[in-house]
Design a protein. Structure first.
Length: 493
């Protein structure tokens, strides 16, 4: 079933159910109210008859009559005054014989039951509604039963009856009016339900259209949101989703472009050493290389081979780190000593660029990290600083923080723009893609690997740089968790 019809059925059905319930409840309430008022009038007629009886008993004109005769005369007078209202009286004496109208015999047992008779003898008024078929029509009569006592002795029961036509007529009139109102309300309910249902369906169709646009690759679509209900909440979530998808798509395209660029760079980088190695091998095969040049040729082939191995290893390392396929063995060791060893090893590269590589920290500072991965991070960052610095200075500073160790590597090299700083952590990215030689990196994976390794240590790394002013990398390795807790407990003590 279409959502429009579901909503129409739900709204319309609910409104009609409420109207039907209210109509039936109102009808029953009105019927009961009218019946109660009718019985109240009947009991009032009995009270009027009693007053007439008392008044006639005191009238000197009726001194010669018995109390029973006066009583019946009072009934006759009262009944005649109410003749226009179809009110009739029946008096039943204590022996359950009909004394008025003037006929004798036992009362109809269905009119006054034994239980009602006992209640009447106890002084409790009773009421009854009786239905009978008169000339093919069902006629309902209301009876009010009032007990009478003489000197606190049960004298008899007066039955005041009246056809309940006024009740039925009033109820039928109300039912007719309610039915007319129900028909009008039903039409209005259908119109209102259709209006609300179409509004809901329009919003759903708007969402469907936006979904189709997204499915076709248009992530710029925006669904209107007025923050009114759950549909607007859904629209807000949908808009957030499209923004996220757009960002993901842009990132995929950006990564794909860099992958293509990397493949082109890698192919170029691989082709050059492979061509060199192949040429030297052919020269040695055909004895085209003099004996005094063979050692140099072998050394060149070794360098080119090492270069290819580094290129392959960097890709393998990045994939292993990214997919958590490497294990980190955390331990405490002297960071100052480890960095000092690296600085000594990289002095040759620094001198080749006419750079000064300086470790400014002399005191031993312990760091909690994986030794091999720590060395890998430091080598990448220091080499990166040397590669982008000529005739400058590379400073390394190690600082002990409250619950961590901070290492700052600063250079006075070419620096980077804001856009370059934003993208240096991306895979395959090179700060200067126009430079293809090994001086400025081979794959663009070095800093991506550094970032992933720092992440595995639960550490942080950030970069600050200005074009032609130099660059500073700051790496923070946190202390061992249990040592932090121990330090805090000592402070509290």
């Amino acid at each position: 079933m279409k959502y429009l019809y579901q909503q129409l059925l739900a709204f319309g059905g609910l409104i009609l159910l409420i109207l039907l319930t209210l109509g039936l409840s109102f009808t029953q309430f009105t019927r009961k109210t009218l019946e109660d008022n009718n019985y109240k009038e009947l009991f009032g007629y009995a009270e009027s008859m009693e007053k007439n009886n008392i008044s006639l008993s005191r009238d000197i004109r009726f001194e010669g009559m018995s109390s029973n005769e006066i009583f019946q005369f009072a009934i006759r007078v009262t009944e005649s005054s109410l003749n226009q209202q179809d009110v009739s009286f029946v008096f039943i004496d204590k022996d359950r014989n009909v004394q008025y109208p003037e006929e004798t015999g036992e009362v109809n047992p269905h009119l006054v039951s034994d239980a009602q008779w006992q209640s009447l003898k106890a002084g409790q008024q009773q009421k009854e509604t009786s239905s009978k078929n008169v000339m093919g029509q069902n006629q309902t009569t209301s009876y009010a039963m009032v007990p009478f006592f003489t000197d606190e002795v049960f004298f008899g029961v007066l039955l005041v009856s009246q056809p309940a036509m006024n009740v039925e007529t009033s109820v039928n009139s109300i039912v007719t009016d309610l039915f007319k109102a129900f028909i009008i309300a039903s039409i209005i309910a259908i119109i209102v339900s259709y209006f609300f249902a179409t509004q809901q369906v329009k919003r759903i169709n708007r969402m469907r259209s936006a979904t189709k646009e997204v499915a076709m690759g248009n992530f710029d679509v925006v669904v209107p949101n007025r923050n009114r209900d759950e549909f607007d909440d859904l629209a807000e979530d949908f808009n957030k989703m499209t923004i996220s998808l757009k960002e993901s798509q842009d990132e995929i395209e950006r990564q794909e472009e860099r992958r293509k660029q990397f493949m082109a760079d890698a192919s170029h980088e691989m082709r050059t050493p492979l061509t060199t190695i192949n040429g030297l091998l052919e020269g040695m095969q055909y004895n085209a290389i003099p004996e005094n040049q063979k050692e140099k040729a072998i050394k060149l082939m070794q360098n080119e081979t090492s270069r290819l191995i580094r290129l392959v290893n960097e890709n393998l390392d990045y994939e292993k780190i990214r997919t958590n396929q490497i294990s980190i063995l955390l331990q405490k060791f002297n960071a100052t000593e480890a960095v000092a060893t690296l600085v000594a090893q990289l002095q040759v590269k620094a001198e080749a660029s006419n750079d000064q590589l300086i470790l400014q920290t002399k005191e031993p500072i312990e760091v909690y990290a994986d030794y091999d991965r720590f060395v890998q991070v430091m080598v990448n960052l220091i080499q990166n600083a040397i590669q982008f610095t000529t005739d400058g200075t590379v400073n390394v500073v190690i600082t002990k923080l409250e619950h961590a160790v901070e290492i700052r590597i600063s250079d006075t090299g070419i620096g980077m723009t804001e856009a370059q700083v934003k993208n240096i952590w991306d895979r395959y990215y090179k700060a200067d893609p126009s430079r293809k030689n090994t001086k400025y990196g081979e794959s663009g994976l070095g800093l991506s690997i550094v970032q992933e390794l720092v992440r595995l240590h639960n550490g942080t790394i950030k970069v600050e740089s200005e074009l032609n002013e130099g660059t500073t990398f700051t790496v923070v390795f946190p202390d061992k968790p249990e040592e932090i807790e121990s330090t805090e407990e000592q402070k509290e003590a």
